[in-house]
Design a binder for this molecule. Structure first.
Ligand SMILES: Nc1nc2c(c(=O)[nH]1)N[C@H]1C(S)=C(S)[C@@H](COP(=O)(O)OP(=O)(O)OC[C@H]3O[C@@H](n4cnc5c(=O)[nH]c(N)nc54)[C@H](O)[C@@H]3O)O[C@H]1N2
Ligand SMILES: Nc1nc2c(c(=O)[nH]1)N[C@H]1C(S)=C(S)[C@@H](COP(=O)(O)OP(=O)(O)OC[C@H]3O[C@@H](n4cnc5c(=O)[nH]c(N)nc54)[C@H](O)[C@@H]3O)O[C@H]1N2
Ligand code: SF4
Ligand SMILES: [Mo]
Length: 750
């Protein structure tokens, strides 16, 4: 594509979108200045520069922050860092801008008797939080209290939050937005391997012969990882399995436009074909895998012909992919939300793990069943948010695990909860039923991002007391809060993040938070004090003290990183991947390591398990009344989730669409007489929203796509969760388009 071509799309906001976003993102990476990105102040003579890991996505790029009088005034992507090698995506370039937004919270806000949120002092805010939460606990027990954590704060803050909420306040339940995102990968790996352990290192993207990307739009969701794919010198086959012809699918060598939610039969058919041709690694299976005979029997029914009608993929094409896997010396399977967000998501993720195991494509360069993470610190939350596990993979139910945690944290054993408590969806269900009455939400925008908006609104509406801790008072969730606590953001505090390849990196304080906003670490410490639980923080004066506890908690577990000395060590080494035991001497600057090179898995048997189940039909298939399937997901490399941060950057705003839109196939547009740019209503059984139509061949006939960055998306979605991971199935429900006189914008939800 010529530079002139790019420039003309750039002037034309509609044509900037979808199928053109891919090449555009590459242009943005190569020549950011042309798009207004990375403009350093003219008079910049930095007095110092420091490295810090980006606070948006799980790629974990390093940014060089240029300081003047101790304050970051500009940034450039770090060149020497093993992850991004001198590049950043638009969000990274613009990472400082959202910190200066007008709607930053500068004091706590308390809802008064008239329902108006008014500024109050920290001491008043903490007193109210203590009194209201304590009153609920005294009347209804700790069972009526819950917190929602996040994958977007440093791990130290997550650990401090969990300890304060569970042990200091006595909250019986805690979960977080990682449930919306990575819970499926967690359940899948735990059951298959015995530990939640994504096995890869980013070099595997460059060293694979066949990369199979399933439900991943890498090109816009992880542009720097896509760039690593482009650096692969082995002329790899890049196979994209996605119902949409995404930016990534266009750039790939092969696109399998699978029918939505038909992945499970599809991958079973691939396994069927591999086994039928004896294209398996029998030695690897015999030495390291359990359940092969049962798996063989299970997939016997799934011939490529048998699944053709369900998947929409001709049998010959399914065979071709099986053959590609057989012929590849180094085959890797990569998945993201197209897999994790479905009604049988855990089994789909495991079907990819199964394929890697039966072909022995694991533990070598360029291989692996590899879940790509989402948020900057979703990996940290998987280990230390105290939600799905009792720290570092320990179990709440296990007495020995509780004893260890009690000894390390210096907390009496009887205060450590014996159960993990309710998951996110169950917390909201319990709120709807009046069983959960007090909720503390930290760094997540539930009211926009949770599935099936009307049901979620009802649940939040029934709470007696909602506390929201955020950078901005304007988020959909903060506006509903009884108490809002002002938090410092990325760049205004220090701590560590863990990226997708298990690399622990440092993020630093390079700005002062505005007004009275405080770091989440500082806030939870004040909350612990208000609840008379100061003792929890006896050993934790700084985030690095918490890091020391994290190390101790990791000791002897599969993620053991006791070999990391501290922040300085992380900084000098360009981040360090777990595991890193004290005896590991191989952790030199920029070194990369993958897991399972010895074929030993964390299960007690040392073997990995093949896990499978019969496929189930999606819960809300299209019908005569609601004939289209709604898909949702990321819209552009410049938009982050609910846009509380990215919408604050004028540059990022020009690189994406301000008004919510729906992608419609040319065939459906013609059937309904719809043109691009027209406003149309989209309706599901749960709501009607108004959107700009964007007619594009990116989506197949019978499907429409709405980016999740607009609150409209979840007004339509259907509350369904995978039974194993309890992750919401955001990517499938039935909708219809309404245009003409029967549609009136006045009655619409939005
Ligand atoms: N710019 C930007 N980058 C981001 C984020 C962001 O908000 N903005 N968010 C970050 C986070 S937290 C996450 S989790 C990741 C998400 O990264 P991705 O998972 O790559 O993003 P999505 O667009 O949610 O979903 C990926 C694809 O799944 C496809 N899909 C839908 N249904 C099916 C199906 O039935 N089968 C298959 N095989 N595919 C299906 C969709 O068409 C979509 O293209 O991105 C991270 N990076
Ligand atoms: N329909 C549909 N819905 C989806 C998805 C989808 O594909 N389709 N994807 C799901 C996925 S994968 C994810 S990860 C979720 C994301 O959903 P959310 O977590 O709700 O989205 P964010 O906009 O990232 O919200 C983070 C909030 O934390 C605040 N914040 C940022 N930094 C800090 C900090 O340091 N401290 C504090 N206290 N606050 C901070 C931000 O201002 C923002 O309000 O959305 C899910 N929802
Ligand atoms: S790819 Fe992710 S980590 Fe890298 S600059 Fe962009 S948002 Fe930040
Ligand atoms: Mo996510």
């Amino acid at each position: 594509m010529t530079a002139g071509g790019v420039r003309s799309w750039w002037k034309d906001p509609v044509s900037l979108l979808t199928q053109r976003e891919g090449p555009l993102t590459r242009e943005l990476l190569r020549e950011p200045a042309r798009f207004g990105l990375g403009q350093l102040p003219r008079d910049l003579l930095p007095e110092a520069t420091t490295r810090s890991v980006c606070g948006y996505c799980s790629t974990g790029c390093s940014l060089d922050l240029h300081l003047k009088e101790g304050r970051a005034v500009g940034l450039t992507p770090s060149t020497g860092y093993p992850v991004n090698r001198g590049m950043a995506c638009p969000k990274g370039w613009e990472a400082l801008t959202p910190l200066d937004a007008d709607d930053r919270l500068t004091t706590p806000l308390l809802r008064d008797a008239h329902g108006v949120q008014r500024p109050v002092s920290w001491s008043r805010a903490l007193e109210v939080m203590r009194d209201r939460m304590t009153a609920i606990r005294e009347e209804h027990g700790g069972d009526a209290l819950a917190f929602l954590s996040t994958g977007q704060i440093p791990t130290e803050e997550m650990l401090a939050l969990a300890v304060t909420a569970r042990l200091g306040i006595g909250m019986a339940h805690g979960d977080g937005n990682t449930r919306q995102c990575m819970a499926t990968a967690v359940s899948a790996y735990k059951e298959s391997f015995g530990f939640d352990a994504p096995p890869y290192t980013y070099a595997d993207l460059e060293e694979s012969d066949v990369l199979i990307l399933v439900g991943s739009n890498l090109c816009i969701a992880h542009p720097i990882l896509w760039d690593r794919v482009l650096r692969n010198r082995r002329s790899p086959r890049i196979v994209v399995v996605d119902p949409r012809r995404t930016e990534t699918a266009v750039a790939a060598t092969d696109h399998y436009a699978i029918a939505p939610r038909s992945d499970l039969p599809f991958f079973y058919a691939i396994a069927h074909e591999l086994i039928a041709n004896d294209w398996i690694d029998a030695d690897f299976v015999a030495a390291h895998v359990e359940g092969f005979d049962e798996f063989g029997e299970h997939v016997d029914l799934f011939s490529p012909e048998a699944v053709e009608a369900t998947t929409g993929i001709p049998a010959a094409e399914t065979r071709r992919l099986a053959q590609m896997i057989h012929e590849g010396e180094r085959v890797s399977f990569w998945w993201t939300m197209g897999v994790n967000q479905g009604h049988e998501a855990t089994r789909v993720a495991q079907s990819l793990i199964d394929l890697a195991l039966i072909t022995g494509q694991i533990g070598r360069p360029g291989t692996g069943p590899n879940s790509i993470t989402g948020q900057c610190n979703a990996m940290g939350s998987r280990l230390f948010s105290g939600t799905s596990s009792l720290f570092a993979g320990r179990r709440f139910e296990c007495e020995e695990d509780r004893r260890e945690v009690s000894a390390i944290l210096g907390v009496p054993e009887e205060r450590i909860p014996r159960a993990k408590g309710l998951a996110y969806d169950q917390i909201l269900d319990a709120a709807e039923e009046g069983r959960v009455r007090g909720l503390w939400v930290v760094a997540t925008n539930t009211a926009h991002s949770w599935i099936e908006r009307s049901r979620m609104e009802h649940a939040l509406g029934r709470l007696d007391f909602l506390v929201v801790q955020d950078l901005y008072g304007t988020t959909e969730t903060a506006r509903r809060a009884d108490l809002v606590l002002p938090a410092a953001g990325w760049g205004e505090k220090e701590g560590s993040f863990i990226n997708s390849e298990r690399r622990i990196g440092l993020t630093k304080k390079v700005r002062r938070a505005p007004g009275e906003a405080l770091s989440d670490f500082h806030i939870v410490r004040l909350v612990a004090h208000a609840f008379g639980a100061d003792a929890l923080f006896d050993a934790w004066k700084t985030p690095e003290d918490v890091f020391a506890s994290m190390k101790q908690l990791s000791a002897g577990t599969f993620c053991d990183f006791t070999g990391i000395e501290g922040y300085r060590h992380l900084d000098e080494r360009g981040g360090i991947q777990w595991p890193c035991r004290e005896a590991d001497e191989a952790v030199t600057e920029g070194s990369e390591r993958r897991l399972f090179e010895d074929g030993v898995f964390p299960h007690a048997s040392g073997r990995a398990r093949l896990v499978f189940d019969p496929p189930q039909a999606p819960p809300e298939p299209p019908d005569a009344e609601f004939p289209l399937i709604l898909l949702t997901g990321r819209g552009s490399s410049s938009q982050w989730h609910t846009q509380t941060r990215t919408a604050k950057s004028p540059v990022l705003r020009t690189l994406s669409r301000e008004v919510a839109y729906v992608e419609i196939s040319p065939a459906d547009a013609e059937r309904h007489g719809i043109r691009s740019g027209q406003r149309i209503a989209v309706e599901s059984r749960r709501g009607r929203v108004w959107l700009d139509a964007l007619v594009t061949p990116t989506v197949a006939a019978g499907q429409v796509f709405v980016p999740m960055h607009y609150a409209e998306a979840n007004a339509l979605t259907l509350h369904v969760v995978d039974p194993h991971s309890r992750q919401p199935a955001y990517k499938h429900c039935a909708v219809r388009l309404v245009s003409g006189p029967e549609a009136s914008e006045d009655e619409a939800w939005a």
